[in-house]
Design a protein around this ligand. Sequence first.
Ligand code: PMP
Length: 444
Amino acid sequence: MFPDPSSRSAALFQRAQAVMPGGNTRHSIAISPHPIYAQSGEGCYVTDADGHVYIDCINNMSANIHGHRHPAIMARVNEQLDKLISAGMPTEAEIALAEAMVERMPSVDTIRFCNSGTEALMFAARAARAYTGRTMIAKIEGGYHGSYDGLDLSNKPMPENWGPPGRPATVRECDGIPPAMAEETLVLPVNHVEAARTLIREHADRLAAVFLDPLVSKLGFLPLTKEFLDMVREETRAHGIVLVVDEVFSFRLGRAGAQGAFGIEPDLSAFGKVIGGGFPIGALGGRRDVMAVFDHLPTGTPRVEHSGTFFANPVSMTAGLAALDLLDTAMFAHLDALGDQLRAGLRTVLAELDLPGMVTGQGSLVALLPHTEPFSDYRSFIAGFQEDGGMLARAFAGMINDGVLPVYPRGFILSSPMGADTIDRIIDAARNGLKKAREAQNAA
Ligand code: PMP
């Protein structure tokens, strides 16, 4: 049962609190009253420290697109581990993954690797600043781009600090981010074409880059509209501003990532998660002339430094290439069909049980929200959170006890080892979880 104070997970959490603040080293996956500790994984299943087996619908926040320990990835990683783990020398494996990414992504002429999405976005900001000679960057309200000080801003502002709708305030995500850093970041209202255009034009001579997450992961996978995307491309091009697309989460939408699915032509793209085949990775790629800020060959000194002990380590490179090799057009069709089946099934369950709620998402990313009205931007997304008396949270806890591990409290991230029968199991667990949550609510 979750939560269970007598479980091994609960005991591990106690133990962790003595040596880690909050017993935690990754806030984004902290759940109350205690986390569920993972022990092992196989295919689309993960087993916790108490031996409970779940269909894994977290998939390490999108990274594990092929689930756990996929045999094709394991074979190549094991072969690599037998040869070399890391060295202070480049390896052929990094060239092979770079070639695969360049082949897939029409906007990527050249690419460089790092260890996380956060780093990729941080280096994107640095590259854009060097390329343009400007210092300011822009992002959308409610968009998440990792933990870099310059972008960890206005991810979840609230009415008391978010400023006027057409001119959002830049709100620091937490203490420790220098206010001076926030002054260098402009926040654009999501999908508000004219208001955002005005802001970009007003700041054009200071703006080095605009960062976009085309399918906004933190907003129930809200897609940016074509009009908004076109406007940003038009204005950034007109004013010599670098357009950066964050593919860290949404690369899993298609063979050429989210930008292929949405028809965007960015100058730079930041990657992570999926392209590491389950191992730590980040990458920054894009147009040759912009990426040239990293080229040390002409003068012996690069304009932008880019180094890290584990950058392009051959294990991540090998796993990433193995994962990409599996991601052909047929595989994306399979992943999309799983997502469609789950969205349709969850909608049927809501209708059957006559419960309010909304199912959103695209491809293999699915969200179950308490919203009843469509939302189109950050503020309508926040306003749409109906007070449901903890109903969905309880339903998700019910699903966990039914052997399905969702992204608590509202999402499902699918993996390629799943089949139609797996999705049926997830839908059944959602039906049971929602039914029980409603009974508990009625009884209260
Ligand atoms: N961008 C987006 C859209 C993300 O979802 C994430 C991570 N969830 C990041 C950037 C940061 O990536 P990482 O956790 O690898 O630093």
